[in-house]
Design a protein around this ligand. Structure first.
Ligand code: NDP
Length: 315
C-alpha cells in the first residue's frame, strides 16, 4: 500500500490544493475528509486528482458523532495511516450572534479546534501502527494570528483565550460563546480557535512525541486571500483583500503555492522536527517561525488540553 494522508476540508482552498499536489505526485493516497461529499467529488475531478490516488470520506467536524463515525469508516477501509492534516476551518467575521453545534459549542471553535482535537486523539493509534518506513506526522494548520512578529498578527480583535473560563463552563453543560467568557465576536472566535490549534500541536509534541515517534507540526502557509474562508465577509472586503495582500503586505500566496507548502510539511524529510511552526519566506524557503507569547504558554496548552479532553468525551 502507498502511504496514506488524511486531509480535512479538502473540498476547497488550501486543503484541495495540497490534496492535488500529493495526489498528482503518485507517491500518496489522499483521503479527502469532507462534509459535502458531492462538492468534494467535483472539486477533486476538476483539480485533476487521479481517482486511483484518492478516496473521499464524509466528515463533519462540527459533530463529535460524525468524527467518531469517520474514524470507524476509515478503519474499515483497511488503509494504513501515515499523516493526518487538520486543515478545515470556518471563519464567521460578520456574524452578529453565535451559532452553536448540536454538541453545544460555538461553531468556529467546535469545528476548527474541538473536532480536530477529537479526530487527532482517535487517530494517533492508527498512525503509530503504520509500517516502519512511515513518516508518521500530524499537522494542524495554524495562522499568523498565533505569531505576533507580523502586522496581521496584531490586527484587532486579537486572539485571547484569557483563563479559558468560557470553554471550561462547557464541562457543566453551560453554553458560553467565547473561550475567555466574553461577548461573542466572530472574527475573534476564529483567531482564538487558531491559537487553540497551535497550542494543541505544542502540547501533542510535549506529551506524545517521545512516546510515539510522531512528528507534530503547525504552519502558516501565507495569506491565501482568495479561498472560500472569506466567503462570509462583506463584499468590499473580498474585493480589496487580495490586492491589499499582494501589493501592500506582500503576504499573498496563490492556492497552488500554499498547497505545495502544506504538501511539503507532509512529505519533506527536512521538515521532520516535531513541535515546529513552519513558515515560508517570499522566495518560498521554509523556516522555523516564532509563535506568540500566548501560544508559547505551556501551562495554557496543558489547561486547554485537559478541558478539551472533557468536552469531546475522552476524559
Ligand atoms: P476554505 O474555506 O477554502 O476551506 C475550508 C475547508 O474546510 C472547506 O473544504 C470546508 O468545506 C471545510 N469545512 C468547513 N467546515 C467543516 C466541517 N464542519 N467539517 C468538515 N469540513 C469543514 O478556506 P482555506 O483553504 O483558506 O482554509 C484552510 C485552512 O487554512 C484553515 O485552517 C485556515 O484557518 C487556514 N489558513 C488560511 C489562510 C488564508 O489566507 N486563506 C491563512 C492562514 C491559515 P466546504 O467546502 O464544504 O465548505
Amino acid at each position: 500500500q502507498k502511504p496514506t494522508v488524511i486531509i480535512t476540508g479538502a473540498s476547497s482552498g488550501l486543503g484541495l490544493a495540497a490534496a492535488r499536489a500529493l495526489g498528482q505526485s503518485g507517491d500518496w493516497h489522499v483521503v479527502m475528509a469532507c462534509r459535502d461529499f458531492s462538492k468534494a467529488a467535483s472539486a477533486a475531478a476538476a483539480a485533476g486528482i487521479p481517482k486511483a490516488n484518492r478516496t473521499i470520506m464524509h466528515l463533519d467536524l462540527a459533530s463529535f458523532d460524525s468524527v467518531r463515525q469517520f474514524v470507524d469508516n476509515f478503519r474499515n477501509s483497511g488503509r494504513r495511516l501515515d499523516v493526518l492534516v487538520c486543515n478545515a476551518a470556518v471563519y464567521l467575521p460578520t456574524a452578529k450572534e453565535p451559532t452553536f453545534t448540536a454538541d453545544g459549542y460555538e461553531l468556529s471553535v467546535a469545528t476548527n479546534h474541538l473536532g480536530h482535537f477529537l479526530l487527532t486523539n482517535l487517530l494517533l493509534e492508527d498512525i503509530q501502527n503504520a509500517p516502519a518506513d512511515s513518516l508518521k506526522r500530524v499537522i494542524i494548520v495554524g495562522s499568523i494570528t498565533g505569531n505576533t512578529n507580523t502586522l496581521a498578527g496584531n490586527v484587532p480583535p486579537k486572539a485571547d483565550l484569557g483563563d479559558l473560563r468560557g470553554l471550561a463552563s462547557g464541562i457543566d453543560g453551560r453554553i458560553a460563546p467565547m473561550i475567555n467568557g466574553g461577548d461573542f465576536d466572530g472574527a475573534k472566535a476564529y483567531k482564538d480557535s487558531k491559537v487553540c490549534n497551535m497550542l494543541t500541536v505544542r502540547e501533542l509534541h510535549r506529551r506524545l512525541h517521545d512516546k510515539t515517534g510522531i512528528t507534530f507540526s503547525s504552519l502558516y502557509p501565507g495569506c491565501i486571500a482568495e479561498t472560500g474562508l472569506f466567503r462570509n465577509h462583506i463584499p468590499l472586503f473580498r474585493t480589496l483583500f487580495p490586492p491589499f495582500q499582494k501589493y501592500i503586505t506582500k503576504g499573498y500566496v496563490s492556492e497552488e503555492e500554499a498547497g505545495k507548502r502544506l504538501a511539503q510539511v507532509v512529505y519533506d524529510p527536512k521538515l521532520s522536527k516535531s513541535g515546529t511552526y513552519w513558515s515560508w519566506s517570499n522566495d518560498s524557503e521554509s523556516f522555523e517561525n516564532q509563535v506568540s507569547e500566548e501560544v508559547s504558554d505551556g501551562a495554557k496548552g496543558q489547561k486547554l488540553w485537559e478541558i478539551s479532553e472533557k468536552l469531546v468525551g475522552l476524559a
